[in-house]
Design a protein around this ligand. Structure first.
Ligand SMILES: Nc1nc2c(c(=O)[nH]1)N[C@H]1C(S)=C(S)[C@@H](COP(=O)(O)OP(=O)(O)OC[C@H]3O[C@@H](n4cnc5c(=O)[nH]c(N)nc54)[C@H](O)[C@@H]3O)O[C@H]1N2
Ligand SMILES: Nc1nc2c(c(=O)[nH]1)N[C@H]1C(S)=C(S)[C@@H](COP(=O)(O)OP(=O)(O)OC[C@H]3O[C@@H](n4cnc5c(=O)[nH]c(N)nc54)[C@H](O)[C@@H]3O)O[C@H]1N2
Ligand code: SF4
Ligand SMILES: [Mo]
Length: 825
């Protein structure tokens, strides 16, 4: 492990002082170089440096270096410490953070609702009154309905060691709350992947339908670490072919603390050795646009059909690695099928070759009209992957955020599995590139006494009819049933009440009925769409306005920890949420238990010191307060290497210890779980159409529609900053072939209707999207008269997504699966 040099804070202050002097004299001498240029003003004005980080959810937590004077931020620089290859430099959004911090739209005071729920009318109250309300509502909810009526909503706007946790700690001390299972990012993948690649928990027992723990030996599955997946740096070192499904690091892993730089280095190395990068996406994304990468346009939601046709070609051409499949896998063909399914034509090979399930041969000619990829092109790709020495197959999370995502995400993994290219140099398991699970510091601890866990996307159902939801009919984990409707929702740093959830019009119906959820607390920094549904709306001090601590992101080369001091005072009556939670705890006589005698800043010190015990290179507390940032290099890793090397010593945490291409457990769940007519839990990774997926378009809704994460926002975060919106506008991508017959020109205002809602959005007519499908960037701010026509002029994609949780994960598959009609508004 090497330690990166970090520049001392004093050195910085001195340098900026010297620069200031230089600039002034330069200016005085009339040097054109300095006249009116930004550095002069900066250097003259600022006299303090404060570190902090970007806390929104790109996972990066890129580093901010604030320059303040007289308790007010003047300007921002980002990380400029150590090697330029290893800098957590903020992206365009992070660099716009001053506009957020100092925005006139900041929430300043606690407020309570005065109008109808969802109307957005509030009146200012004092913190005392706000705390009275919370205490009273907590008491009455717990008395009347029990702690299982309390839910902390999914919310990702605050990634920090002391960010969200005070709320979890407080509610844990009060008897607990319903836990969240999975997340909106990888809902389908997280639920299904354990059945294929294993996990110590998160696997349901088909007999009872309940989730259970398999044993301590194996790790818990996580899509966020490189235990199950390899790093881009592995591809950089050894691969000759990189195939990406639904993955655009240049858009979703921006910033130096993320993987975009890793991706750039990887591309250079792979192309440099004569290799190739293939990007499979329904649109030409920014990662491949302008580069020699090959773009393979595909109809969204049909990746599994493409994979099946490649599998067909390989089986027919004897390209598969039968030895690997027999030794490491279950269910490729009848040789390794479990007893319960042997001799019944239920294997993967049967499915592909047309001897199983649907009796259809999955030829390229079969896949071509589904995927819109010509059969010849599919054959070419099949040959290309089979003949690569070290193919690195990976998927972003776009392909799994579909209604058939549970099948698709496993199907993509079949490519490396079929040819045995797993656990070897330069290869990957078919999952997203990932970094080591190294976190230099932890979070404020808590233990929720309640184990009941709700798949996150199910919360609206839980408000509506939670008392009817069970493990078997709703995927409840940790208990047989939910036990209560949700009556108290705590929504801190999230916009998932409406904007980021699904089917906003339906959610509005459920939330505006005050007899259902009786109390909604929203705690944010600006007036979001979700905030309009608050009964109590609290303002928050942002991390740059208090002492802060966080360990960094998604880069595979290094990690870092920032200990920062407040760059300016919080505006208005904004307070640290830790202090507010401590006050609430006090009212329940639990202050001592809550604080353990520590202030917020004491916790920062405590957590840092605890982290430093595990890494003897971490600076002392006194040093880190001075230098602000500490970085450490990370090792690359090959996913599932230990399993490949010695499957007996390192079995996977699946029931068989092997890769389960056929999962007897999933087959069992399909029988025991109570599923809707149109729902199936498939034991093997088949191509399934999915709700609002392939074949579901109608004359009323003749176009497929999908979404993506784009540059001007992190979800809805930054969505109110006009300068960013100008950089990457909220536009609907439509191919000229679909635009022309509708008389749509670039820049036209459009009406887009789905079976559940209608939006207005500007047209971007472009050949960069496959015909027959339109694309909408997710996260735009919903703007509609919810007590009137409900037409969303903000162009929020979740006005169009239906609310139908997926069969196994009960997840947000509709987030990227929609059908629509588009016309000029
Ligand atoms: N259709 C569709 N829907 C999607 C997706 C999709 O692809 N398509 N993506 C999904 C995914 S992957 C995710 S992760 C979710 C994300 O959904 P959310 O977790 O709701 O993310 P954001 O929209 O960024 O909301 C974060 C909120 O935190 C607030 N915030 C920021 N800083 C602070 C702070 O210091 N204090 C407080 N109190 N608040 C703060 C911001 O103002 C913002 O309102 O969206 C999901 N929704
Ligand atoms: N700029 C920015 N960065 C972000 C975020 C953000 O909002 N903005 N959000 C962060 C978060 S929380 C998350 S979870 C990640 C999300 O990361 P991802 O889930 O990977 O991001 P998406 O943009 O949803 O999907 C990636 C790509 O898949 C494509 N795609 C969609 N459906 C399909 C399909 O069916 N098949 C194929 N082959 N391609 C498809 C999309 O066009 C897109 O280019 O990004 C993180 N980074
Ligand atoms: S990449 Fe994400 S975490 Fe980094 S600065 Fe940009 S928005 Fe912030
Ligand atoms: Mo996410």
């Amino acid at each position: 492990m090497q330690t990166m040099p970090s520049m001392n804070r004093r050195t910085f202050v001195k340098t900026s002082g010297a620069l200031g002097a230089l600039a002034v004299s330069g200016g005085a001498a009339g040097g054109a170089l300095f006249k009116g240029s930004a550095p002069v003003a900066h250097a003259e004005a600022a006299d303090e440096i404060h570190w902090s980080q970007c806390n929104v959810n790109c996972g990066g937590n890129c580093i901010f270096q604030w320059h303040s004077k007289d308790g007010k931020i003047q300007y921002m620089e980002t990380d400029n410490l150590g090697s330029t290859d290893l800098q957590a430099r903020a992206c365009l959004r992070g660099r716009a953070m001053r506009r957020w911090l100092n925005s006139p739209d900041r929430l300043m005071y606690p407020m309570k609702r005065v109008g109808k729920r969802g109307e957005g009318k509030f009146e200012r109250i004092s913190w005392d009154e706000a705390i009275d309300i919370i205490v009273e509502k907590l008491k009455t909810t717990i008395d009347k309905y029990g702690n299982e009526a309390i839910y902390i909503n999914y919310a990702t706007g605050m990634y920090s060691a002391t960010g969200r946790v005070p709320i979890q700690r407080l509610l844990s001390l009060l008897g607990g709350y319903v836990n969240q299972g999975y997340d909106y990012s990888t809902h389908m993948l997280q639920a299904v992947m354990p059945y294929m690649y294993g996990s110590a928990s998160n696997i349901a027992d088909p007999k009872t339908g309940l989730h259970k723990t398999l044993g301590k030996k194996a790790t818990k599955f996580s899509p966020y670490d490189n235990v199950n997946a390899s790093s881009f740096s592995e591809a950089e070192a050894h691969s000759d072919l990189v195939v990406m499904f639904g993955n655009s690091p240049a858009e979703t892993r921006m910033g130096g603390a993320n993987a975009v730089w890793d991706y750039a280095l990887m591309r250079e190395a792979v192309l440099g050795r004569g290799g190739k990068i293939v990007n499979i996406d329904f649109r030409l994304n920014e990662s491949s646009s302008g580069h020699p990468d090959e773009w393979l346009p595909i109809r969204p939601g049909t990746d599994a059909a493409l994979v099946s046709a490649i599998a067909y070609e390989w089986i027919k051409g004897d390209k598969i690695d039968k030895e690997f499949l027999d030794k490491y896998c279950v269910g490729y063909d009848d040789d390794t099928m479990p007893e319960s399914a042997k001799g019944q034509n239920k294997s993967y090979k049967d499915y592909i070759m047309g001897t199983g399930y649907d009796k259809i041969e999955k030829t390229p000619e079969w896949a071509a009209p589904i995927t819109q990829i010509p059969a010849s092109k599919i054959r070419e790709l099949a040959d290309m992957i089979a003949s690569a020495k070290a193919p690195f197959i990976c998927q972003g999370w776009g392909s799994q955020r579909h209604t058939n995502g549970e099948d698709t995400t496993r199907a993509i993994c079949m490519l490396p599995i079929l040819i045995g290219k797993i656990g070897l140099p330069g290869t990957n398991t078919g999952q997203r590139e990932a970094e080591p699970p190294t976190y230099l510091v932890g979070k404020i601890p808590f233990t929720n006494p309640i184990k009941t866990t709700l798949p996150v996307y199910q919360w609206v159902n839980a408000v509506d009819h939670g008392h009817k939801m069970t493990a078997k009919n709703a995927g409840i984990m940790g208990a047989e049933k939910l036990g209560s409707d949700l009556k108290f929702i705590w929504n801190y740093a999230g916009n998932c009440l409406t904007n980021q959830h699904g089917d906003i019009n339906y959610t509005h119906e459920v939330l505006s009925d005050e007899s259902k959820c009786e109390f909604i607390l929203v705690w944010d920094t600006v007036m979001t769409d979700s905030a309009k549904y608050a009964d109590l709306l609290l303002p928050d001090a942002m991390r740059s306005e208090q002492m802060n601590l966080q360990t960094q992101g998604y880069s595979e080369y290094y990690t870092a920890v920032v200990v920062g001091t407040p760059a300016q005072e919080p505006p208005g009556e904004c307070r640290s949420n830790y202090d507010v939670c401590a006050d609430i705890a006090d009212r329940f006589g639990l202050k001592e238990e809550f604080t353990e005698g520590r202030t917020h800043d004491d916790w920062v010190e405590y957590l840092y010191k605890k982290g430093a015990k595990a890494d003897d290179k971490m600076p002392s507390w006194e040093q880190i307060k001075e230098q602000g940032v500490y970085k450490r290099a990370l090792e690359p890793a090959i996913g599932l290497k230990s399993f490949r090397d010695d499957p007996d010593e390192h079995p996977l945490a699946t029931p068989s210890g092997k890769i389960e291409i056929y999962s007897e457990t999933l087959a069992g769940l399909n029988d025991t779980w109570e599923l809707a007519e149109d729902e199936v839990i498939n034991p093997i990774p088949v191509f399934s159409e999915g709700f609002h997926g392939y074949g579901s378009v109608t004359s009323e809704f003749p176009l497929y529609c999908s979404g993506f994460h784009h540059k001007s926002r992190t979800h809805s975060s930054f969505g109110f900053i006009e300068e960013l919106e100008k950089v990457a506008r909220q536009q609907l991508w439509i191919n000229p072939a679909d635009a022309e017959p509708r008389n749509i020109m670039d820049g036209d205002m459009l009406a887009v209707k789905s079976p559940v809602g209608e939006i207005r959005i500007e047209a971007k007519v472009t050949p960069r999207i496959i015909p027959g499908t339109v694309g909408i960037p997710q996260g735009a701010w919903h703007k509609a008269d919810m007590f009137g026509d409900k037409i969303d002029t903000g162009g929020c994609v979740n006005t169009l997504t239906a609310y139908k949780p997926t069969p196994l994960a009960k997840g947000n598959g509709t987030a990227h699966s929609m059908i629509v009609q588009v016309s000029k508004a």
